[in-house]
Every structure is written in structure tokens, then in C-alpha cells.
Design a protein around this ligand. Structure first.
Ligand SMILES: [Zn+2]
Length: 163
């Protein structure tokens, strides 16, 4: 588990969104979340077929710059295997979340927290839980903003092991 978790934005993310996301993440995970600055998606990660940036490609570019434990919040659409997605994460590496299909800061924070959870070692969960995988918009809207007792216990064990 890292001492702090870095947050990057694209230039169109508003302060209102970024501050809300940071507060939600801090309360939920009890870690230091540090806003690092603006990072612009590279044009060569654009995928013409899905009309979106390829999320895996964007993440690989960040990892190639030796970045780890980061959230990159962007406004442009992203896709994985040419399917439109809310976000993408790789455990112990980082995550990219797109606000393009999310109308409120509550939804953005919820989905950012889900993917940060994946980076920190949690996995998808079938309980009434933030860690429910949002396969569609309805799940995203209806799932809670908090961890279930199972995920919470798991997260506390992860924290003990690494900190
Ligand atoms: Zn859970």
C-alpha cells in the first residue's frame, strides 16, 4: 500500500469535481490523496473504431513513465477492446476514469472510488457494495458509496500488510 496516491486530471476537470473526488477517496480509504496536476491524453491512444481513447494504451503510457498508484480523471470518452467504459484499472498500477458519461460528481466519485479500490487490491463484489462492477448505468446509480463489511475487512487486512 502506498504512502500516498496520486491524482492527475485533464485540463477540463473542474475544481468542484476534483475536490469532491479527493474528499470521497480520503474518507473511504484513509490514505493521503495528492493532486499532482494536469496530464493530457496522447493522440496516439485515440481509437477511431470506438471514437474514444483506448484505456489500456493510456494506462500503459503512464506506467511507462514509472508512475504507480495513480488515478487519472479525464473528460474524454474511453474504451476497452472497442467497448465504451466508465473506467479501467490494473491492480497495484493505476486507473483511468472518464467523466464523459457521468452527469453528477456523486457518480464520478463513486466510480473513481471503485477503480481506486481495484488498484489497492480489492476485487469486484456482489454484495450491496461500492465494489459492485458497474456493467451498466443502472448499477452505477443504484450501488452504495460505501464498502460492504467483507470488502471493508479485506481492505483493513491489505492496509495492515503493506503499511
Ligand atoms: Zn463488497
Amino acid at each position: 500500500m502506498p504512502k500516498d496516491f496520486k491524482i492527475y486530471y485533464c485540463e477540463k476537470i473542474t475544481d468542484e469535481i476534483s475536490e469532491h473526488v479527493e474528499n470521497v477517496l480520503r474518507d473511504l480509504f484513509g490514505l493521503q490523496f495528492r493532486s499532482v496536476g494536469v496530464h493530457i491524453p496522447r493522440v496516439n491512444a485515440w481509437d477511431d473504431h470506438s471514437n474514444a481513447y483506448d484505456a489500456r494504451n493510456l494506462l500503459e503510457q503512464m506506467v511507462a513513465e514509472r508512475l504507480s498508484f495513480f488515478l487519472w480523471l479525464i473528460t474524454v470518452p474511453i474504451s476497452l477492446d472497442q467497448k465504451s467504459i466508465f473506467g479501467y484499472a490494473e491492480p497495484l498500477k493505476g486507473t483511468i476514469v472518464s467523466t464523459s458519461k457521468m452527469a453528477t460528481r456523486t457518480l464520478v466519485a463513486k466510480e473513481a472510488a471503485y477503480f481506486v479500490g481495484i488498484v489497492l487490491g480489492l476485487s469486484s463484489c456482489r454484495n450491496e457494495c461500492l465494489m459492485q462492477s458497474a456493467e451498466n448505468f443502472e448499477v452505477l446509480i443504484n450501488k452504495p458509496s460505501t464498502l460492504c463489511s467483507t470488502c471493508n475487512a479485506k481492505y483493513n487486512r491489505l492496509k495492515l500488510r503493506y503499511m
